[in-house]
Design a protein around this ligand. Sequence first.
Ligand SMILES: *Cc1c(COP(=O)(O)O)cnc(C)c1O
Length: 426
Amino acid sequence: MIYQRSSALFAEAKKYIPGGVNSPVRAFKAVGGEPIFVKRAKGAYLYDEDGNQLIDFISSWGPLILGHAYEPVINAVIEKARKGTSFGMPTEIETQLARLAVSMVPNIDKIRFVNSGTEACMSAVRLARGYTGKDKIIKFAGCYHGHSDAFLIQAGSGAVTFGSPNSPGVTQGTAKDTLLADYNDMDGVKTLVQANSGEIAAIILEPVAGNMGCIVPSEQFVHGLRELCSQEGILLLFDEVMTGFRLAKGGAQEALGVDADIVMFGKVIGGGLPVGAFAAKAEIMAHLAPEGPVYQAGTLSGNPLAMSAGLAMLTELNTNPEVFSSLDNKTKYLHEGITTVLEERGIAHQINRFGSMLSVHFCEGPVVDFASSAHGNNDRFKKYFHGMLKRGIYLPPSAFESYFLNDALSYSDLDKTIEATRHCEF
Ligand SMILES: *Cc1c(COP(=O)(O)O)cnc(C)c1O
């Protein structure tokens, strides 16, 4: 394939935008080469500026669960735009989306809309701190909760020490309130909670992790966290920005059978427009301004275009819940197909999957946390990525990202993808 125009556009973008992109993973730093500039997309396919067609496995990193330019979503946005794009005053559609989301998701009474997953997680932690009157939070290595300061913390030197910032610009003062544990390590969490008894406001996690590849929580881990939080008066925060309205109508809470205290959304809930949200029981949400003292606001929050995209998307998912089993079946088919090919070719691998999230790791042994995920053969991953790209398949350009299937993918697209794996140079 030729990427002449993409290459020229990237060179021009770099003159005016740091690194040429507005979100780092787009720049292909983890896989090498230059990013592809998209011109348009429809269904399961991306069409780039050079006229190449690609089968898309990232679905805009999750939101486009029904495929690109999905007609009901596009029509809703166009119709809404004609009536004005922002008012800074309440609109009925905010209540319509809130009512629908609350009806689909277990264990929540009220929801507040924001503009991104980052905002949702940042605000949810503020609410948890305001509600409990405690400062510290526990997060898990490898879980991503957006780019607000409190979450940009990596492992320190052992479970009970304070985390140290992993980005310049995050202060030690912020870092000291974020404690780090390993995913799927219940004993580690218990140790942390004991060492910081009475000081922890919240435990936050991706209930199925998707930002270190796809990592499935053990039953003992998620149920253990729920029990521990209830015992210790800690709020359990599920970051469902990826999993919400993707793993099931009710997201990971429903899929795993575990209730969280505050749930954060993004991606699918905005149908491809910038939306985030956080939700909880009325008693917790009552602490939020203007009802309560915990401040949170947004000029464009509940924006009518964003709400109309979200409403059209959730309406589709709510009325056609077979989408979720259809996606599960497609993802399973892809999983089995790639497994067969890699086994035939004698390439060590581990494929993790939950619902329509999947990741291929080039390593031996199970991938259950950040350390085991980081173990993968990155050289092989890069070759796989570029080998697939050459054959018209767009995979996530980082070994730490999950595939997000969309229901516009056909079995013939999946067969092509499996076949491409067979011919990939490793
Ligand atoms: C994408 C993501 C976020 C951040 O959402 P943005 O809309 O990019 O700010 C937070 N948490 C998880 C689990 C995510 O996947």
